[in-house]
Write a protein that binds this ligand. Structure first.
Ligand code: HPA
Ligand code: ZN
Length: 344
């Protein structure tokens, strides 16, 4: 592989030693292959007999293939202790990669689907996350999420749980899963509840569905950050709107390449979005499932031709995108249309 220009390679080293921020990663997707193999071994017909079998599943035909692997990983988790184990995979990775500020998606809807008690799992996760911070691992905040194809009822249920059992570590709420399954407008009432709960509005959009999915999310949900959002690049007016609003796009290059969200990864639109003034950040999405690192994401951007200025801008956006929890900190859904307040 062609070497990166010296100043760019030096900048990557500098960014890593300064400590990076990550805004788009999912707890279950941070599982290490060895953990997946160990958890699967408890069942008679092991889904992942060894690391090679797990890694072989990382080659996806399409997005559905990815969602199937994601579901299979979630099904391995049978107790709060299993969740704690995956959380330790995650915090170990944050420490190794010097990620000093991370916001992590956690899915109460998945926890309940598995048949576990949300509060038990939350307490198990909190113990691991608090220990990580205590040991100087950096800030770790939580983004609660629901699964788009499970509809608004499942999303309301997540907020009900948070209302009844508030988790001070939670600073945002988002939707993942199949973005084409249910339109953003169906979740309008869900997102109206967020300001009172002190959760910033986030959403996965523009990963699989086209620019109209991003526009609908902006119209109905007023997200401060969009997970992926890359298909917005197909609509110049929408790109200008994102730049004007200051909406962050939490882009994941290895994920997009692996799932086929971009047909040709060498022509990923990330640099065009940046050049148009969109506040792009970089993340791993599901590092255990895509076999990527956060620095690896920056390296991919450099291989797309990004220079020192672009790498610095992305790292600065990622820091500025940090959310602050607490009631009424965030703009109301359906409100002024300005990006809700973030810490900068
Ligand atoms: N998109 C949709 N669903 C997901 C993702 C994603 O990036 N990661 C985990 N579930
Ligand atoms: Zn994601």
């Amino acid at each position: 592989m062609r070497a990166l220009p010296g100043p760019v390679a030096n900048e990557l080293l500098r960014l890593r030693s300064a400590g990076l921020a990550e805004r788009h990663l999912h707890l279950e997707g941070a599982i290490r292959p060895a953990t997946a193999v160990a958890l699967a071994a408890r069942w008679p017909s092991s889904l992942f007999p060894d690391g090679a079998a797990f890694r072989a599943r990382r080659r996806f035909e399409d997005f559905r293939g990815f969602l199937t692997l994601y579901r299979d990983v979630c099904r391995l988790l049978r107790s709060p202790a299993d969740y704690a184990r995956v959380a330790r995979d995650l915090t170990g990775r944050l420490r190794r990669e010097r990620i000093v500020d991370a916001e992590v998606y956690v899915s109460p809807a998945v926890v309940e689907r598995i048949g576990l008690d949300w509060v038990d799992v939350r307490d198990a996760l909190e113990a691991v996350f608090a220990a990580h911070e205590r040991r100087g691992g950096g800030r770790l905040a939580v983004l609660l999420d629901s699964v788009r194809q499970w509809g608004p009822e499942a999303a309301h249920r997540v907020l009900d749980l948070h209302e009844r059992h508030p988790w001070s570590r939670a600073v945002g709420f988002g939707l993942g899963g199949d973005e084409a399954a249910v339109p953003a407008s169906a979740f309008r009432e869900v997102y109206r509840r967020l300001p009172r709960l002190g959760l910033a509005p986030l959403v996965h959009a523009g990963e699989w569905a086209g620019p109209e999915s991003v526009a609908q999310a902006l119209d109905a949900l007023r997200p401060v950050r969009i997970a992926h959002g890359i298909r917005a690049a197909e609509d110049p007016a929408l790109v200008r709107r994102l730049a004007r609003l200051g909406t962050f796009l939490d882009v994941c290059l290895a994920s997009n390449a692996a799932t086929g969200a971009v047909a040709d990864p060498s022509r990923h639109p990330v640099r065009r979005l940046l050049a148009a003034g969109v506040r792009v950040t970089l993340s791993t999405d599901d590092p255990g499932l895509f076999g990527t690192t956060l620095l690896g994401e920056y390296r991919r951007l450099a291989r797309l031709g990004a220079g020192v200025g672009e790498l610095r801008a992305v790292a600065a956006h990622a820091r500025a995108a940090a959310l602050v929890g607490g009631p009424s900190r965030h703009g109301s859904a359906g409100g002024s249309g300005r990006a809700a307040r973030t810490r900068s």
